[in-house]
Design a protein around this ligand. Structure first.
Ligand SMILES: Cc1ncc(COP(=O)(O)O)c(C=O)c1O
Length: 372
């Protein structure tokens, strides 16, 4: 299990004794290893870290030192990278829905690759970032994704080709296709389907005089929460085989992992602050909940929880601290009998936790600390 080595648990406990909870411990070695895994499995591809997963400056600095590039969506994300002196040649924007002020600032800062999926976005890019390189976002199946992204973005093949032609007519430079198979995608075959679909758009565009060369296969690489998931190597093999079959002439490949680069590096340390029995069911209340770190639990993400106690697991409701009944982390958690004051470790919590968190009801967002 990622993060469960006695050494790492020891480091976490030691820091938590000093800083208290809730606290998110990010392990630098795991991030380094994950980045190296992507580098090894995707030789020759550009690797862009999707900053939204966890934008903490320490993570940006570490990934930058390792040579990683960045995928961003907003002015806020851009400003934070500029502050950290990240070179803009290594930044792209994969969000097809962008604020005007962001596009303008990105363009003057030197960012030159944007995704789009609508005529309105083409107009915006043509006005605010004239001459930029652009990729069209394609809708693709999200089979096996535990956090699907399919409804909100993307266009079908014919529309994608029309949009690429229009982008070119507006003076933008259409260079490729981007897609996202949905976050925490546990089926490697879903990437194969998306790549086959990209091939159709590639040909439709070529028939209309647009030669593409870039294929961004996005994020979606899964991490281990409770169940084993396909490894990066297994998914990479499927992607490479599919690309070789669908694009015999080759493509410039890009990937944009978020969750997989940082998720397993995070241990969220929390404290049991209260207990109750309701309708004969035990309830355990933590100092971290849906609003201040565990938002993804409402979409079905289930975390492994390590506790200081042995004993048989008891089914209970695990809830956050706020006065809102929406603040329930799990209605069927299984943990040993716990007491108020016990410290627990929520595993694989490095992605989409503090990044989503608010201080609703006055509860703290977990501070981030680093372990080696
Ligand atoms: C455009 C884009 N790229 C990459 C990612 C990262 O996805 P994941 O964290 O599933 O790897 C996202 C996530 O929403 C995204 O919207």
């Amino acid at each position: 299990m990622p993060g469960s080595s006695p050494h790492l648990q020891g480091q976490t406990t030691h820091i938590v004794e000093k800083v208290g909870t809730p606290a998110l411990m990010m392990n630098k070695r795991t991030i380094r290893e994950k980045y190296q895994e992507f580098r090894d499995q995707f030789k020759g591809a550009r690797v862009y870290y999707a900053l939204k997963a966890n934008p903490h400056p320490g993570i940006v600095q570490l990934l930058q030192e390792l040579g990683c590039e960045f995928e961003i969506s907003s002015l806020g994300e851009l400003e934070s990278l500029l502050q950290l002196k990240v070179p803009t040649q290594g930044i792209i924007s994969g969000n097809p829905v962008k604020e005007r002020a962001f596009v303008e600032r990105a363009h003057v800062s030197g960012i030159d690759l944007f995704a789009f999926d609508s005529y309105a976005e083409i107009d915006k890019l043509a006005e605010c970032a004239p001459g930029s390189r652009v990729t069209v976002r394609l809708t693709v199946p999200n089979d096996g994704s535990e956090w699907p992204l399919s409804n909100k973005f993307g266009v079908e093949s014919e529309d994608a080709a029309d949009l690429l032609v229009r982008a070119s007519a507006r003076g933008l430079r259409p260079v490729g296709i981007t897609f996202h198979v949905g976050s925490q995608c546990t089926k490697a075959a879903t990437w194969a389907k998306a790549i086959d679909k990209s091939r159709i758009v590639w040909e439709l565009a070529a028939d209309r005089g647009i030669q593409l060369h870039l294929l961004n296969v996005g994020g979606g690489f899964p991490i281990e929460y409770l169940r084993p998931v396909p490894s990066t190597a297994e998914i990479a093999e499927v992607i490479h085989e599919s690309v070789a079959r669908a694009f015999p002439g080759g493509v410039d490949l890009a990937i944009a992992p978020g969750r997989a680069l940082v998720g397993e590096a995070g241990i969220l340390a929390a404290t049991v602050i209260a207990k109750a029995v309701r309708d004969s069911k035990p309830w355990i209340y933590l100092d971290v909940g849906v609003f201040n770190g565990l938002m993804e639990s409402v979409g079905g993400i289930k975390y492994r929880i390590l506790t200081p106690r042995d004993g048989p697991p008891i089914q209970c409701v695990l809830a956050g601290p706020s006065c809102d009944s929406f603040d329930v982390i799990s209605t069927e958690a299984e943990v040993p009998h716990l007491e108020v004051g016990d410290r627990i470790h929520i595993m694989s919590a490095g992605a989409y936790t503090t990044a989503y968190a608010s201080q609703f009801d006055g509860f703290h967002i977990p501070a981030i600390h680093y372990t080696e």
